[in-house]
Design a protein around this ligand. Structure first.
Ligand code: ADP
Length: 427
């Protein structure tokens, strides 16, 4: 730059020197100095015109030849243009690559703008939801109208994906996972989960059918074993018959729990919902459990700290009864004789809580996240002595889910456990 600048200065000096010489000999110094300046300005204007013409042509060819500062300006602009072109090509290559990848994806991708309107989608999304170019800019809710999707989309809690029958092919099942990004834009990943859905349905049907089919033969066996035990006159048969009775009873409990769980999984939540007085329900659960706790000389208490108004939850009484009973019976089962079990009901501005706590053996932290899995047992020996089915907490979790509630578990080995059901407050 400095080189070009000094060449330019030299040029000015030469023009001025020539003009001052001519001015000196022609006795008209001022006029010739003015002519010198005019010549220089004209040269500048000419170079500017060349620059402008070259820029307007927008050609990729080399810039016009020029010396001095103008040569440097042309070269710098040319270099900048080349750099910019290179960056543009790189960017275009990245865009093309991303488009190729998104076209090859089997999962549908949809990008929504801040207003929830369609901005971009890949060919898989086009196939799954029949989106066409003319649909760009329309609200996504016009295409996925299922009420569950509308509330999922509007609530904005996208931690868990949502599964729905496909709006285009009802026999297919789609999973929608929304991820917010950028300036309130959202990315929807649509996955075809028909196969998984069918497998899950098969599993549910299989468990329900097997449990149902086993029920009748087991009732018959139970009946005969009971009659045999009642009429047994051979003392050596006493123990085997007693064990048969115990095991048959355990199997019946297991089958009953499996059927309850199947029903919870396969029926739509929200049916048979009616207002339920939670305090009353807990009183019933407590009085039923008292028989067990008295046998173990335990102290079973119920304290309702909610407001004076009775808490009426719109729900399924049978399901809630089974959930609370499971928790109270577990607490009694796992707490040693003369222990304490307390049931508490309280509320705050948004939720009401039902907690069941005990001063039993407690549960180690590593087991807590898995407790609601089917057949998960902390300690197999503890379980066989208490005669549990391993399905109680799975039932509790499902019932709570069907009432938009959740189960929180806190426990400390050696000190006791607390199971808290957190319900949204009824409006
Ligand atoms: P189970 O029929 O075995 O009781 P659950 O699903 O009800 O099955 O409980 C799962 C496991 O959680 C139990 O096997 C037991 O180890 C543990 N558990 C449940 N409640 C308690 C409790 N109040 N205190 C200690 N452990 C518990």
């Amino acid at each position: 730059m400095l080189k070009g600048f000094s060449a330019e200065l030299q040029r000015i000096l030469i023009i001025l020197a020539i003009c001052s010489l001519i001015g000196f000999f022609s006795d008209n110094y001022a006029l010739w100095m003015l002519i010198g300046c005019a010549i220089y300005i004209l040269m500048m204007l000419w170079q500017m015109r060349r620059l402008n013409q070259w820029l307007l042509r927008q050609e990729t060819d080399h810039p016009p030849e020029a010396s001095g500062i103008w040569g440097q300006i042309f070269d710098n602009i040319y270099q900048l243009q080349r750099d910019q072109r290179g960056e543009k090509d790189n960017l275009q290559a990245v865009i093309n690559r991303i488009q190729e990848i998104s076209s090859a994806l089997k999962d549908g991708l949809i990008i929504l703008d801040a207003r929830g309107h369609l901005d971009f989608w890949n060919p898989a999304a086009h196939r799954m939801l029949a989106l066409h170019t003319k649909d760009q800019g329309q609200s996504v809710i016009n295409f996925i109208r299922h009420p569950k999707f509308v509330s999922y989309f509007e609530e904005g809690n996208f931690e868990e994906p949502l599964e729905l029958p496909s709006p285009r092919f009802p026999s297919k099942h789609l999973q929608f996972q929304i991820t917010p990004f950028g300036k309130q834009e959202r990315l929807i990943v649509v996955r075809d989960v028909t196969q998984l859905h069918n497998l899950e349905k098969m599993r549910q049907d299989f468990v329900a059918n097997v449990s149902h089919e086993l029920r009748t033969p087991l009732t018959v066996i139970n009946g005969y074993v009971e009659t045999l035990a009642d009429n047994n006159s051979t003392p050596s048969w006493d123990k085997p018959l007693q064990q048969m009775q115990q095991q048959a009873k355990r199997m019946s409990l297991l089958i009953n729990d499996l059927l309850v769980l199947s029903k919870l999984e396969t029926t739509e939540a929200g049916h048979n919902h009616k207002p339920i007085n939670i305090e009353q329900l807990l009183t019933i659960v407590k009085s039923e459990a008292e028989v067990l706790s008295k046998d173990k000389e335990q102290q079973l208490t119920l304290i309702c700290n909610n407001t004076t108004k009775p808490l009426l939850l719109l729900g399924n009484e049978k399901e809630l009864h089974s959930a609370f009973s499971n928790l109270v019976i577990n607490a009694i089962k796992y707490t040693p004789n003369e222990g304490k079990v307390s049931v508490l009901l309280w509320q705050d501005q948004k939720h009401f809580y039902v907690s069941v706590s005990d001063n039993g053996p407690g549960i180690e932290a590593m087991h807590i996240p898995r407790l609601t899995e089917r057949f998960y047992r902390v300690d197999a020996s503890r379980n066989s002595s208490t005669g549990g089915t391993g399905l109680g907490l799975a039932i509790v979790k499902h019932v709570l889910m069907r009432h938009e509630a959740e189960l929180k578990i806190t426990s400390e080995p050696g000190k006791g456990s607390m199971f808290i059901c957190v319900f949204p407050l009824p409006h």
